[in-house]
Structures are given as structure tokens and as C-alpha cells.
Design a binder for this molecule. Sequence first.
Ligand code: AMP
Ligand code: ZN
Length: 465
Amino acid sequence: MKVFNTMSRQKEELVPIHEGKVGIYACGPTVYNYFHIGNARPFVVFDVLRRYLEYRGYEVTFVQNFTDIDDKMINRANEEGITVKELGDRFINEYFTDARALGVRAATVHPRATEHIQQIISIVQSLVDKGLAYEENGDVYYNTAAFPGYGKLSGQSIDDLTAGARVDVDEIKKNPADFALWKAQKPGEPAWESPWGMGRPGWHIECSAMSTTYLGDTFDIHCGGQDLIFPHHENEVAQSEGASGKPFAKYWMHNGFLNVDNQKMSKSLNNFFTVRDILKEFDPEDVRMFLLSAHYRSPLNFSREMMQQAHASLARIYGARDKALFLLEHAKDAPLSEGEKEGAARMDGFVEKFNAAMDDDLNTAEAMGALFEMVYEINTALNEESSKAAVTYALDKLTTLCSVLGLLAKESDALPEEVAALAEKRAQARKDKDWKLSDELRDAIKALGYAVEDTAKGQKVRKQA
Ligand code: AMP
Ligand code: ZN
């Protein structure tokens, strides 16, 4: 598989550090609110990265943190009159509710910043010891000019970074590019003991501490949204490599931004949507389908129209699955016919196409194309004459690829008992050639919201759209 590595600015073959295993760290949400539809993009996209690697046989360790201490957390907790811990607990729960709805699996580990203060302090201490950090009145700053690689991830030089920057009069940093590793306690703020007095970690240091705690000093993939490349991830590189003296993440993957009606999402434009709000109106799997409809590095526009398209596309996939499930009930036990062998070979071809698209920097948009060729194949090549073997083969390929994308998670609509009983009576009525009773039963089934279709292999009952 090739992935676009932000560090080298090109697609590179993914060669894991430990054979057969991949370690991934993804920057998670700041848990001061429900997450928004923009945040949902990296959650869903990198969940698919993980599923795809597992499907290809890798053992994946997926770490996604919760930022549960920062200015936003402190302000919101104060507004609500609760502790920062209580606020964090609440929105971590809400994260899992919405993530689960979107089909995002729980990570292998979900570390919280406030539970890794000792690891954070130990990295800051080793940076101070190495002359890569300095203390000023209980704050500790990273000394960016002392780290030769500063700027390498975002492709800027330290001179670019300092030239335009304005230094405030009360600035205590040595260099405008320097950033806080540790912040001295201000009145009313949560704080922990440290060699520099009571205080709390800066934002960037938590991800250096939590990624290396669970994945080691050097690991495979670090991901997040494009907005995090600078300064957050640049600073993580400086912190981690500065402290360990070893390379940090081997590959950096960044998702493009999601806009709403072609505008940046913001509270002031009134186009800011939490996933919780969106799920009142749209099916969560439609949201997932929409988020995977574009390549993860492309910008993506959220609109009602795009959601309707996603809904229609997903309905076609479900339609093909339900058709195959229905055929399976009556299909004959027979080996693949010559024609069916050709159909199975075409299905194999679509699987290869899907894999090739995903191998090319996780191109879900193209992979969807292969999936729709499968849907077309099922709709055109399978029918009531198809053998069980042929239907099973096609159904298995379709569901396997869909589960890589986290789609088709809904059970097939099993008939409610009442409908099933009426359908059984109706089948008997038709055997008895009692057409009047058969029609009455059809109406009764219809009144319960189900449509009946008579086919050569018997009646087909399905929920009305
Ligand atoms: P935050 O809680 O703001 O730190 O964001 C959590 C994740 O969502 C990070 O990976 C961000 O880069 C990503 N993110 C935030 N806004 C957007 C957006 N509009 N589109 C895509 N990704 C975003
Ligand atoms: Zn992070």
C-alpha cells in the first residue's frame, strides 16, 4: 500500500517498522462539546485506514487520545459550574455515542491527557536537561532554535517562522516560534505538581507523551486533520525527537477539510453542525457514506444535496444485498455453471480494483466505484435461476468490501411476526388458487407497511420505502 506522507510530500510504500504490525496514533477530540461534522471526517477516514490494514492481514494498534485539559475545557467547565474532570467524563461518553453511531470502532487505547501527567513531565524534563527547553517563572518553553529539524514537517525554515512573527512587549519567549510545554498555574485552574511548580501541560506535549507511551519512540503512522500540521504536529516532532534522539512517526497522514455549503464551518456563519444535530435528520450510515465519497485529502463539501446523494447510493448497495439475501432463500444447491464462473471471475476483478484503489493512498472514492460495479453485477447477473453457490459468492464479496468501509452494518429487515404469518397464509391461499383471499391478504400486509411481489419462485415481501 502507498500512502501520501506529509513529511516527504510524496506517496511512499507503507513498510511497517515491525513486520505484520502497524501502530497508528490519531489526534482525538478536545472533549468540551459534542464533536462536529468536520471532526467526524478524520474519525471515519482513519477508522477505514485501520479496517483496511486489518483486512490486508496486519495487526493494528490504534491509539486515539482525548484532550481533556486546555483553555476551552477550563472555560466551558467554569461556565457550567462543574469540574474539568466532570466535563471530560461527560463528553467522552458523548463521543462514544456518536462515534458508535457512525460505525467508528473504539480505538485499541483511548488515553486521556490528564492521566499521563507523569509521562509528560518526564519528556519536558529531558528536554530541559538537553538544552532544548527553558523555564521562565514556572512556564517551560521549547527552544525551537536549538532543534535543527524544526519546520521539516510543515516545510518551513525557522527563519520563515520567526521573520513575520510579532513579538509582544510582555513576551517572555526567546524566539516567537517557541511554544509552551508546561504552563504555571493561574488562579482557579486545575494543576499538578512538577519540578517547575504547580501547573498544567501545554497542548502539543500530551500527544508526544501518549503516542510514545503506547507505541514506542518510533512508530508507523501519525494522523489528524490538515490544520494540525502546523504548529501541533511540527511541535510533536520537535518534542519527541528532541527528547528521544530517535525518529518519531514514519508516516504522516492528514485529511482535508470539510466545509459546509462551500464555506468554512463557524459558529458566526451559523453553519456549525455537531454530529448529534445531524443525526436528528440523517441516517448515521448515510453520513459515513458521504464522508467516504471523496478522497480523504481532498476538500469535502457538506450539503443537503450531497447527503441525499449519499443516501441514494447507500440504498443501491442495500438493494443489491437484499436481493442476494432473498435469492439465497430459494436458490438451488448446484455447482457454479459456466456462466456463473464468469460472473464470479468478474466479482474477483472488482475486488482487485477495490484493493488497488485503497492501496493507492486510501482512495475510497475510487474504491466505491468498484463497489458499484459489484452492485450492478448482482443486479444484472443474478436471478431466480442462480445457484446458491453463485449468490453466496457474490454476497460474500459485497459484504466483505462493505465491512472494510464500515458500511452495510444494518441487519436485513427481517419480517415482523405478524407480517410473516400473513405472508405464510397468503402463500397457502395461492397454492389453493384462492385468489380472492390472496388479494385480501396482500392488502392486509400492505396495511402493515410491506409490499408483496409475486415472482416465479414465490412471493417476495419487503418493507415499503
Ligand atoms: P479538535 O477537537 O479541534 O482538536 O479536532 C479533532 C480532529 O478533527 C483533528 O484531527 C482536526 O484536525 C479535525 N478537524 C477539525 N475541523 C475539521 C474540519 N472542518 N474538517 C476536517 N477535519 C477537521
Ligand atoms: Zn495531537
